[in-house]
Design a protein around this ligand. Sequence first.
Ligand SMILES: Nc1ncnc2c1ncn2[C@@H]1O[C@H](COP(=O)(O)OP(=O)(O)OP(=O)(O)O)[C@@H](O)[C@H]1O
Length: 257
Amino acid sequence: MSSEAVDTFDTRDTRSATAARAIDLVKTYGSGDTTVRALAGVSADFARGEFTAIMGPSGSGKSTLMHCLAGLDSASSGSVLIGDTELTGLSDKLMTALRRDRIGFVFQAFNLVPTLTALENITLPLDIAGRKPNAEWLDTVLTRLGLKDRLTHRPGELSGGQQQRVACARALAGQPEIIFGDEPTGNLDSRSSGEVLSILRAAVDEFGQTVVIVTHDPRAAAYADRVVFLADGQIVDELRSPTADSVLDRMKSLEKV
Ligand SMILES: Nc1ncnc2c1ncn2[C@@H]1O[C@H](COP(=O)(O)OP(=O)(O)OP(=O)(O)O)[C@@H](O)[C@H]1O
């Protein structure tokens, strides 16, 4: 393989109906008496063009699962596939290219570059990849997220909610196959939350992208097609076509177990 081939990732694979798949994922932290089993054998499929919310009590392994799925952390055993690409064993360069070209991230710590403007932050991943954003889609994202009059501001000049929306726009701009959000509305008021969730919904409905988010909020989960419930590092339940009430009921019944 030529060195050029090693750092490109043009196998954007849309054949598989599954956008992401976890197979018997185990993740332990520490060793001996202090071992924590964050994931205790999680297997789950995330269908292409579907919006999934992951819920569960604090410490149940939600963020760990999300980080393993997104290639930001490696599992102790088991495997993760993005499309048909198995992440285990990918070289660092290929993993970087896969994250850059095929995955979007919206995490609570926004990871914006402080010296760049909002717009520069939003287009940074595309600029690095040498790609141009779809102008119409970018305009839609910026308008729906209410960012058009904030584009020349630097992150330090934006509120927490505005920074979160910039991070969301950055994840959406390149229309990646799959978008992972770890509490993407965690710091937002209800109006901004609604804007972020609606645009994630639109990414699925209008562009066939796949969205997976972690949330504690039943109202946020109600935007999803499916809710997966984790407890003690295992998937314990699943709900299709959720409403805020049905999610709340299911959470209450899980707490009683
Ligand atoms: N780097 C780490 N080192 C040691 N233990 C960790 C580490 N990261 C997570 N854990 C432990 O793994 C378990 C699962 O953590 P995780 O953050 O995935 O849970 P979570 O469901 O996302 O929780 P929350 O809702 O509170 O964010 C917890 O017991 C946590 O303390």
